[in-house]
Design a protein around this ligand. Structure first.
Ligand code: ADP
Length: 437
C-alpha cells in the first residue's frame, strides 16, 4: 500500500471520527470509520492484484480501473512499447543489411581482430567456398593460396589486395580486398574478375600477334632499305630492290586494312535499317569473280550457280568483303587445276551462299578455331599466299551482324565447303514477282 492510500484512509477515518464527536455519535462514527477503512483497503487490494496480474503481461495496454496503479502501469507500458519498437527496427535494419549482403554479387566476409570469421554472405560460398559453418574458424586456414596468405598477414594498408584463382573453381579468378573497418573488425571482399582477366589476356595476345605479324614484313623492308644505302648500286639493281619492297609493303597494308575492318565490325552496333539494301547474290558474286580473277591461277576452274530471284537485305560492303574472303581462301588453299564452285540458292526458306573447293581441307580438330583472329592451320602456307589470318574472323563478324553464322564441312586432302544461310527478303521478292508477272 502506498503512502497516498494510507493518508486517504486516515483522512476518511479522521473525518468520520470528527463527525461522530461533533454529533455525539462516537460509536457510530467509529464503526463507519472502520467500515470505510476496510472498504478502501479491499478496493486497494483488488487494484493491487489486478496490477500484479497485468505486470505479468505488460505488452497489453493497462485498464483504466487500476486506480492509483494506472499511471505507473501506463508509464511502464509506454516504455516497454518504445523499447520494443527500437529493437524491432534494429532487427529490421539488421535483416535488411543481411539481405543486402546476401544479394551482393561479391563475397563479403567479416573477420575479427584475430582474423577469425564472424560472418559470411551467400556469394562467399559461391566464390570462396565459405559457409556459415566456418564462422569461428581462422580465414588463413581456409584460403591457402600463398598470395592470400600474404594478404592476411600484411600490415601494409596500401597493399591490401591479391589476385588468386577461386578455391571453388580454378577457372574463376578472384580479386581479394581487405579493409580494416576498426581495431576489432576487418572486411574481406572477393570479386569475380575472370572476364576482365580473360579480356586482358586476349588484349595481350592480340598485341603480341599484331607485333609478330608486322615484324616479318618490316624486317624485310628495313633489309632492302639498308641495301639501298650502298653507293655501288646500278640502276637495274636499284629497280629490282624497289620492286621487292612492294610485297612486304602490300602485306603490311593488307594487315592494317583487315585490322581496321575487324575493329570497325566489332565496335559498331548492329546495322540499322537505313544502312541495309537489297542484295542480289548473283550480281555480288559476279563482282567478286571479277576481283579475284586476276589473282587466281589460270588453271583454277571457277564455276558459278546463282539464282537470280533470291534477294536478301544487308550491308553490301560487309557481305561483299565476307564472300570475297571465302572465295579467295578457296582459291588460295586449292592446288592448280582445282575447281571452286560458288553457289547462291534458296535453302529451307533462307538464301544460302556456299563456296566449295577441292583444296587441302582441314582436320576436324582445327575447325572450331579457324575463325579466331590470327589462327592458321598451317601458318607458313597462309603467309606465302598473302593471308593475314584475319579473313575468317571478319567473315564471322559480318555474318553475325546479318543474323547468320559460318558453317564448314571439310575433309583433309579432299577439300572444304564454307557456307552460310541468310534471311530472305520476302517483301522485295514479292515485289519482283509482281513486276515480272
Ligand atoms: P588466312 O589469312 O590465314 O587465310 P583466314 O582467317 O582466312 O586466314 O583463315 C584461317 C585459317 O583457316 C587459314 O590459315 C587456313 O588454315 C584455314 N582455311 C581457311 N579457308 C580454308 C580453305 N578453303 N581450305 C583450307 N583451309 C582453309
Amino acid at each position: 500500500m502506498n503512502l497516498s492510500t494510507i493518508v486517504r484512509v486516515f483522512v476518511l477515518a479522521g473525518a468520520f471520527i470528527l463527525g461522530g464527536v461533533l454529533l455525539n455519535q462516537i460509536l457510530v462514527a467509529a464503526i463507519l470509520a472502520v467500515l470505510s477503512c476496510v472498504l478502501m483497503m479491499a478496493l486497494h487490494l483488488r487494484r493491487h492484484n489486478k496490477f500484479k496480474s497485468w505486470i505479468s503481461h505488460p505488452l497489453t495496454p493497462p485498464a483504466n480501473d487500476l486506480g492509483e496503479y494506472y499511471p505507473t502501469a501506463k508509464r511502464m507500458h509506454t516504455s516497454i512499447e518504445a523499447s520494443r519498437n527500437r529493437s524491432r527496427s534494429l532487427v529490421n535494419a539488421a535483416q535488411k543489411y543481411k539481405s543486402i549482403a546476401n544479394n551482393l554479387p561479391d563475397a563479403l566476409v567479416i573477420l575479427n581482430d584475430r582474423m577469425t570469421i564472424e560472418s559470411v554472405n551467400r556469394s562467399a560460398t559461391a566464390l570462396l567456398g565459405l559457409t556459415p559453418k566456418d564462422v569461428g574458424k581462422s580465414i588463413a586456414t581456409l584460403i591457402r593460396h600463398p598470395d592470400a596468405q600474404a594478404l592476411f598477414k600484411s600490415e601494409n594498408e596500401s597493399m591490401m589486395w591479391a589476385d588468386i584463382p577461386s578455391p571453388v573453381s580454378s577457372e574463376t579468378r578472384l580479386e581479394l580486398r581487405l579493409f580494416r573497418v576498426s581495431e576489432q573488425e576487418t572486411m574481406l571482399m572477393a570479386r569475380d574478375v575472370s572476364d576482365m582477366s580473360r579480356l586482358l589476356a586476349v588484349r595481350q595476345d592480340f598485341i603480341a600477334n599484331v607485333s609478330h605479324e608486322l615484324r616479318t614484313p618490316l624486317t624485310v623492308l628495313i633489309g632492302y632499305i639498308e641495301s639501298l644505302h650502298s653507293d655501288e648500286l646500278d640502276r637495274r639493281t636499284l629497280l629490282e630492290v624497289v620492286q621487292r619492297l612492294d610485297a612486304p609493303a602490300q602485306r603490311m597494308k593488307s594487315l592494317v586494312e583487315d585490322l581496321l575492318t575487324l575493329t570497325r565490325l566489332e565496335s559498331s552496333p548492329a546495322p540499322d535499317l537505313s544502312s541495309l539494301s537489297n542484295i542480289d547474290g548473283q550480281s555480288l558474286i559476279s563482282a567478286i569473280i571479277e576481283e579475284v580473277q586476276p589473282f587466281a591461277s589460270t588453271s583454277h576452274r571457277i564455276t558459278v550457280d546463282a539464282s537470280t530471284d533470291v534477294v536478301v537485305r544487308g550491308v553490301h560492303v560487309e557481305l561483299y568483303s565476307a564472300f570475297l574472303n571465302l572465295v579467295s581462301n578457296a582459291l588460295r588453299y586449292s592446288p592448280d587445276g582445282g575447281e571452286v564452285a560458288i553457289k547462291w540458292y534458296r535453302h529451307d526458306g533462307s538464301a544460302r551462299f556456299s563456296v566449295q573447293d577441292e583444296g587441302v581441307g582441314i582436320e576436324p580438330q582445327f575447325l572450331p578455331r579457324i575463325t579466331e583472329r590470327f589462327y592458321r592451320v598451317d601458318p607458313a602456307s597462309s603467309r606465302v599466299t598473302g593471308g593475314t589470318g584475319l579473313g575468317l574472323a571478319i567473315v564471322k563478324h559480318v555474318l553475325k551482324r546479318h543474323q547468320s553464322s559460318l558453317q564448314v564441312q571439310s575433309k583433309l586432302g579432299q577439300g572444304s565447303t564454307f557456307y552460310c544461310d541468310l534471311p530472305i527478303n520476302r517483301i522485295e521478292e514479292e515485289n519482283l514477282e509482281h513486276e515480272t508477272s
